[in-house]
Design a protein around this ligand. Structure first.
Ligand SMILES: [Zn+2]
Length: 183
């Protein structure tokens, strides 16, 4: 699957940003996995909650949530009319001496559906300190307390978008906007 730069923006609130960071350091060096709730406009995903899955099986590779629980989560979210399930987040961590990056694995994309948002955090140990910044590849990155984080967002375009975006084998990156850290 190829990855292109998309023109959709992902807005992360302060509590989402903190949630992503804390979820990923809590289980480090294992991967965390969670749910993104919020709403979508034609050009933006507004993420309002990042909620870690407590029953996800955690491992170095992929983690999954089993069917029944997933169904219950969907049903419960339906009772909050202002919130939609936007997608998932998960972390990638250092494996032996291989540093983690934000590239999605095949398993990460196999179940993605149109319009779904996937946020990936690459977490690596890092001794120096680097300020948080937006990068040309639409990710954000920086250090906190001995960890370097890089956060990327991906989506599959929905079927009703522009002709050239209909290729089901193309995944797009969304530009992360997180005013909490980056002015
Ligand atoms: Zn992954």
């Amino acid at each position: 699957m190829s990855v292109k730069k998309g023109d959709i923006e992902v807005f992360l609130s302060e509590n989402v940003f903190v949630g992503l960071i804390l979820s990923s350091v809590e289980v480090y060096k294992k991967e965390c996995f969670g749910l993104l709730l919020g709403y979508k406009t034609p050009n933006k995903y507004i993420v309002e909650h990042a909620i870690p899955y407590q029953s996800a099986r955690r491992g170095h590779k992929w983690i999954e949530l089993r069917g029944d629980k997933w169904k219950i989560i969907q049903e419960v979210v339906h009772h909050f009319p202002k919130l939609d399930m936007l997608g998932d987040f998960h972390s990638h961590t250092m494996y032996r001496d291989v540093r983690a990056d934000v590239v999605l694995s095949e398993e990460d994309v196999v179940d993605m559906y149109p319009d779904e948002l996937q946020i990936v955090l690459a977490v690596n140990e890092f001794k120096r300190s680097m300020p948080w910044t937006s990068n040309p590849d639409q990710t954000i990155s920086g250090t906190i307390n001995g960890f370097h984080f890089k956060i990327a967002a991906y989506y599959l375009p929905s079927e009703d978008t522009d002709e050239d975006k209909r290729n089901p084998n193309t995944l797009y990156t969304a530009r992360i906007n997180c005013p909490f850290f980056i002015g």
